[in-house]
Design a binder for this molecule. Structure first.
Ligand code: GLC
Ligand code: GLC
Length: 642
């Protein structure tokens, strides 16, 4: 297998017309060597006519692609760095919790626009299984919208409304697993040959035990291990089905090329509905090998590269975002940073930055962040991070033992401290988080809770403590100032624009009650948006902060992607300082004092020997004394070359 399958050129011309076919074939020519190598690597002898069928899937999708999306594609082929612009800024919400249904969404875009949003991530909205469905991550049909949220036509209308305002649409693509109710799973269970080998089941515990010995558990409390007993499996004899997450989420078996083709069909079909960004869910888990952690295997990357190339063949304006909550060295690889660059995902969650910010605020010390961020390998200049403070998931303390040890800390003890701190058990902590998935055997746990509650705002309000409220707000401001100024697409998590606190409402719903991640997925409090017009109210202050950050960010070309943020030591252990030297747009320096006490840093390092003015800050331009900048406790500032 080497080149273009015979007849492709004619088929393309017939399907697309001369001009579009020429573009399609040019794109195919560029990616073909990588696609062929990937197919051979993954499927070897089993590849058969896979290449031809995969290219034809892309061709069909290209032919069906609506004219207005082709126009967007063309614009993005002209400006491939479109998602790296400092005007790109995200907002993340659940449709029902934000506004009820998809139909109502276009009427709510003013709220988003006022915050500077240009990229909207709608949490899982494809038809999930009934009952418990992991917040929509158990998809029963990729081609239907959850009827409670609307229809596929409504989703297309939302995409069009967003595009009309220069915004883009991101949705989740859950491709590690489907719901057990998905037609593929039902077909497989019933022995339909069309779905043979779509999932994996073992007749006894021998192999499951062997795999489980080295695979970490994601949900140890109610879903221990990675397998679930299904009496109907294996022709009714019963079997242990691969279920990395909950028992009703069945892992697809990508060693079967038919699965890869089927998934490609779903991705390209969804792309043609107007989706711009696919959040590729749980990608580290997509390929398994015995004796490993079952995450980040080289084949998982090759598979993503293959799906990426074939999707963009049909829809060149579409980009992939990796959800890989893994150690730093593993993380950069999802952006294609392998020994040689391989296009894979354009975007990935910067979970290191997120975790290290929370860790720094708990210790009042920025050295661990400096150590871990400083050690990260550069990412390809054609990719960028999504920077964020909170999302819909728990916070898993991805602080590596190596980084902790470099500072004389014990990794395990530090992670335990963070859990104590953010669950409020640590003496003096005002955080109001809750432990998620506490594992008695390993002592591990993660943290749930909203930004405001983890920052101490809930506690301060309950106690009516004004000074504590100020401190909580300064923490909040610092976190978002780093997320908006670090470089990459900042994501604002719905509810944070109003400093919403933990929501206990989920406990009343039996399908949600066992999963405390729902405490930080509150319905947007529209009544509070009315309070936000008062600049002295809590909501008004947070809204003003976020709008200010957004505006300042747009004015900073050095915040465009394509260059690294390097962390620098400016002479204070408590101040995180990062610098972006943009090849075209000059230098940007940000700083954040993670401690509650005033600090000083070397002024020349931050201000470029007095040549970079302060462009935003918690306390205005910082005073200089004896060559040092005075940074108030929990203060932050951005300096940039004019
Ligand atoms: C992702 C989601 C998480 C979900 C898991 C299983 O990690 O972020 O919420 O539980 O995938 O789909
Ligand atoms: C684990 C997984 C991550 C998932 C999360 C759900 O951290 O690595 O992908 O989102 O669990 O809580």
């Amino acid at each position: 297998m080497t080149g273009m399958p015979p007849g492709m050129a004619d088929e393309a011309a017939a399907a697309l017309g001369e001009d579009e076919a020429d573009a399609f074939l040019a794109r195919a020519g560029l990616v073909l060597p990588d696609v062929v190598a990937a197919v051979e690597r993954l499927y070897g002898d089993r590849a058969g006519d896979l290449l031809g069928r995969a290219l034809r899937t892309s061709l069909r999708a290209a032919a069906e692609r609506p004219a207005e999306l082709r126009r967007l594609d063309r614009r993005r082929e002209i400006d491939p760095a479109w998602f790296q612009s400092p005007r790109v800024q995200g907002y993340v919400c659940y449709v029902d919790r934000f506004c009820g249904t998809l139909r109502e969404l276009p009427g709510k875009l003013d709220h988003l626009e006022a915050l500077g949003t240009t990229y909207l991530h709608l949490m899982p909205l494809l038809r999930p299984r009934a009952g418990e469905n992991d917040g929509g991550y158990a998809v029963a049909d990729y081609r239907e919208v959850d009827p409670r949220l609307g229809t596929m036509a409504d989703l297309e209308a939302v995409a069009a409304a967003l595009h009309g305002r220069g915004m883009s649409l991101c949705i989740d693509l859950v491709l590690n697993h489907t719901a057990r109710e998905h037609a593929w799973a039902r077909g497989w269970l019933a022995g339909d040959p069309a779905y043979a080998g779509f999932y994996t089941a073992f007749p006894d515990r021998e192999l499951p035990d062997a795999y489980d010995a080295t695979i970490p558990e994601v949900f140890p409390d109610r879903a221990p291990g990675s397998f679930s007993w299904v009496p109907e499996a294996l022709g009714g004899a019963g079997g242990w089905v691969w279920t990395t997450f909950w028992p009703y989420q069945w892992d697809l078996d990508y060693t079967n090329p038919e699965v890869t083709l089927a998934v490609l069909g779903e991705i390209t079909w969804l792309a043609n509905r107007g989706v711009d960004v696919f959040r590729m869910d749980a990608v580290p888990f997509m390929w398994k090998r015995i004796g490993t952690s079952g995450q980040n295997l080289p084949e998982a990357h090759v598979l993503l590269q293959l799906l990426h190339a074939l999707t963009r063949l049909a829809a060149p304006g579409v980009v992939f975002k990796a959800e890989a909550i893994v150690a730093p060295d593993d993380l950069v690889q999802y952006l294609g940073a392998h020994e040689r660059y391989r296009p894979e995902c354009e975007l990935a969650y910067h979970n290191q930055l997120m975790v290290l910010l929370w860790s720094s605020l708990a210790t009042g010390d920025a050295r661990l962040a400096r150590q871990a961020l400083g050690r990260m390998r550069p990412i390809p200049p054609t990719t960028t991070w999504c920077t964020y403070v909170r999302g819909h998931d728990d916070i898993g303390w991805a602080v590596t033992d190596t980084d902790a040890a470099a500072l004389g800390l014990d990794g395990f003890a530090h992670r335990r401290f963070l859990n104590d701190f953010y669950s409020g058990r640590f003496p003096g902590s005002s955080a109001r988080g809750a432990l998620f998935q506490e594992n008695e055997a390993t002592g591990d746990a993660r943290i749930s809770g909203t930004t405001a509650s983890l920052c101490g705002i809930e506690d301060a309000l309950d106690r009516g403590d004004e000074a504590a409220l100020e401190t909580g707000l300064r923490r909040f401001g610092l976190l978002y100032a780093v997320a908006y100024g670090f470089g990459g697409i900042p994501l604002l998590y719905s509810g944070d624009e109003l400093a919403q606190r933990n929501d206990a409402g989920y406990r009343a719903d039996p399908a949600l009650a066992p999963d405390n991640r729902w405490m930080h997925r509150p319905p947007l409090d529209w009544a509070a948006t009315e309070r936000a017009v008062d600049p002295r109210s809590l909501e008004g202050r947070v809204t003003a902060l976020l709008r200010g950050l957004s505006e300042a960010r747009r004015g900073q070309p050095a915040l465009a992607g394509g260059t690294e943020s390097e962390v620098v030591d400016a002479g204070s252990d408590a101040v995180l300082v990062w610098r972006r030297r943009h090849p075209r747009s000059g230098t940007f320096v940000g700083l954040a004092n993670v401690s509650a006490r005033p600090q000083t840093v070397d002024a020349d390092t931050v201000t470029g020997f007095g040549t970079y003015p302060c462009v935003a800050g918690s306390d205005g331009p910082l005073p200089v004394e004896d060559g040092r900048l005075l940074v108030p406790g929990l203060g932050w500032a951005w300096y940039a070359e004019p």
